[in-house]
Design a binder for this molecule. Structure first.
Ligand code: ADP
Ligand code: MG
Length: 240
């Protein structure tokens, strides 16, 4: 596992506007390697915008985002998206799997898009699915999976390239509570084993409790930022 105190993502006073709307009004955060962070706040408070700025999907109007020592906002678009595919993983509210492809090909996609030969990308996908206890999903298309299984496959896709950080925006938003709980158990166990940082946007405190830190956003500003007690024993049974 990587050191917990080395900084992975640092934002310096970032501001992001959409026309007249100020989505982020000056946010400074430091996220360490391997840290698990939940972001909560009312609808429209800027959570998704913050996640997009942290992950280089959006470039802030002012301020900087530094990822592993590189100023993301200064990279040309092509380089930024290459690094995003290589070093970051994403999980969304709906799995966003490609319906035509079986799970293993969906999971292999981030590798194939960045030039890994198909054969090794598929091998890595199979290994990741197996490591997460999802080998049975390998040949299933999204239409042949439950919502919870599709989210698990999406977690495998996020992890396949051994990213340094995973970003999840309301990952359990479309799942019932028990399935959401299992999904968070799998996700947090996997990042904990790999030393991957995790940033999860959620409006559910039960989801946030899987993380070791809670940041509350209001009106585009950090309202509070505090540690959470994580019960690591809950992770134990997730991965065999
Ligand atoms: P949250 O995820 O907390 O619900 P968002 O970050 O999505 O909030 O949005 C923050 C504010 O920015 C909202 O007022 C939203 O309407 C606005 N906003 C977000 N994305 C866009 C966009 N692409 N175009 C215009 N306004 C946007
Ligand atoms: Mg949002």
């Amino acid at each position: 596992m990587r050191g917990m105190n080395t900084s992975l993502i640092t934002t310096g006073d970032i501001v992001k506007r959409f026309g007249a709307v100020t989505a982020l009004a000056g946010v400074s955060i430091d996220i360490a390697e391997g840290e698990t962070v939940a972001i909560m706040g009312p609808s429209g408070s800027g959570k998704s915008t913050l996640l997009h700025c942290l992950s280089g999907v959006l470039v802030p109007d002012h301020g900087t985002v530094t990822f592993a020592g590189t100023a993301l906002s200064r990279l040309p678009d092509a380089q930024r998206s290459h690094r995003r595919l290589r070093e970051l993983g994403f999980v969304f509210q709906d799995s966003q799997l490609i319906p035509e492809l079986p799970a293993r090909e969906n999971v292999a996609l981030p590798l194939m898009l960045t030039g890994t030969p198909t054969r090794s990308a598929l091998r890595a996908a199979d290994e990741t699915l197996a490591r997460l206890g999802l080998a049975e999903l390998r040949d299933r298309r999204p239409g042949e999976m439950s919502g919870g299984q599709a989210q698990r496959a999406a977690i495998a896709r996020a992890l396949v390239g051994s990213p340094r950080a995973i970003f999840a925006d309301e990952p359990s938003g479309a799942l019932d509570q028990a399935t959401g709980h299992e999904m968070m158990q799998l996700l947090t166990a996997a990042v904990s084993m790999a030393g991957t940082a995790l940033v999860v946007v959620t409006h559910d405190l039960n989801v946030a409790r899987w993380c070791s830190r809670l940041i509350e956003i209001r009106d585009g500003l950090i309202h509070s930022d505090r540690p959470l007690a994580v019960d690591r024993s809950r992770e134990a049974e997730a991965i065999r």
